[in-house]
Design a protein around this ligand. Structure first.
Ligand SMILES: [Mg+2]
Length: 258
């Protein structure tokens, strides 16, 4: 969950100004949180408080209406609506915000069910749901085994048909689940550490902050998060978000979600 936020903050300044450089500066004064962080916080807050995912997404996005990079068009309309309805999105938003459920729930069936629940307030298209489930599934396996090769089951076309769809080219801006999640899995497959995974994700280009968020969310479970990196990110988050993160990890450490 923190890994997603780190990937988002590191990628924030490259979303619309991609870099293909691996050795870019991880943090500058330009880095900030974007929609990926806000939505991840909303899901964590829903778990912390027992509220439903859709209400918390709506509440947090309204609280932060103008993040760096803005919200996507249809999602922005959903946020603005007083009676928000799912709109069959298969955008990568369902995949970037899902990570908290893969930590708070221990059994795969529960993780996949909750992943679907986080998607459906907006992303009730089958690929939108599968995008969230594939990422949550990967995090679940990474938590259990810490082994990259064990998470490759999540790229099995039988479960996640998006993985058979096409060739992927670095730098292409594709904000669908089908165009993003497979790329993130390939980056994870090649990665050797948390920081390496983030650097590969951002220098791939395209929808940098969201690729960073998804890759970061899986890399956290595989490698852990170096404290000097989380420290930089904590310095860039408002106090209400920090409180949600603190509560979430406190309860994880106490195993009080189980
Ligand atoms: Mg974003």
């Amino acid at each position: 969950m923190l890994g997603a936020i780190i990937g988002d903050v590191v990628g924030s300044r490259f979303e619309f100004h991609n870099t293909d450089q691996y050795n870019f500066e991880l943090f500058t004064q330009e880095n900030s949180y974007t929609d990926d962080t806000i939505c991840t916080i909303a899901i964590a807050d829903a778990i912390n408080t027992g509220a439903d995912y859709g209400s918390k997404l709506h509440e947090w996005c309204r609280k932060y209406p103008n993040p760096m990079g803005s919200y996507g068009g249809r999602f922005a309309q959903w946020v603005a609506s007083d009676t928000p309805k799912p709109y069959e999105s298969f955008g990568n938003g369902s995949a970037m915000r899902v990570s908290p459920v893969a930590w708070a729930f221990d059994e795969l069936d529960d993780v996949l069910r909750e992943a679907e629940r986080t998607a459906i307030p907006t992303h009730n298209h089958p690929e939108g749901i599968r995008g969230a489930q594939a990422v949550a599934h990967a995090i679940h396996l990474a938590r259990k085994t810490k082994n990259k090769s064990d998470i490759i089951i999540t790229t099995d076309c039988k479960y996640y048909p998006m993985f058979q769809c096409k060739q992927y080219y670095a730098g292409v801006f594709d904000e669908t689940c089908q165009g993003t999640v497979p790329v993130c899995m390939k980056i994870i497959e090649a990665s050797t550490s948390f920081e390496d995974a983030i650097r590969r994700a951002i220098s791939w280009g395209g929808d940098s902050d969201t690729i960073g968020a998804i890759v970061g969310s899986i890399a956290e479970a595989l490698y852990g998060v170096p404290s000097h990196i989380s420290h930089e990110v904590f310095n860039r988050l408002p106090s209400d978000m920090l409180e949600v993160i603190a509560t979430f990890y406190k309860r994880l450490n106490e195993k009080s979600y189980e």
